[in-house]
Design a protein around this ligand. Structure first.
Ligand SMILES: [Zn+2]
Length: 65
């Protein structure tokens, strides 16, 4: 069995993501951390913070161009 993210062989139990992808422990932990961060952000008004970051990024890109 191989990790669907990095294509490495998985030893032992694979990490199965919410979308059913089988990942190695390292990719699974990374995905889990990202998902938890996204959910936590949405749950605590993070959407506004993310929107602000996006606006800043767009402004920054606009300045560059
Ligand atoms: Zn992997």
């Amino acid at each position: 069995m191989r990790c669907e993210q990095c294509k490495r062989k998985i030893r032992g139990e694979p990490y199965v993501s919410v979308t059913g992808r089988r990942l190695c422990g390292r990719c699974g932990a990374r995905l889990q951390g990202r998902t938890a961060g996204a959910l936590g952000g949405f749950g605590r008004g993070g959407r506004r913070a993310t929107g602000g970051w996006y606006a800043r990024a767009r402004r920054a890109m606009g300045k560059k161009d």
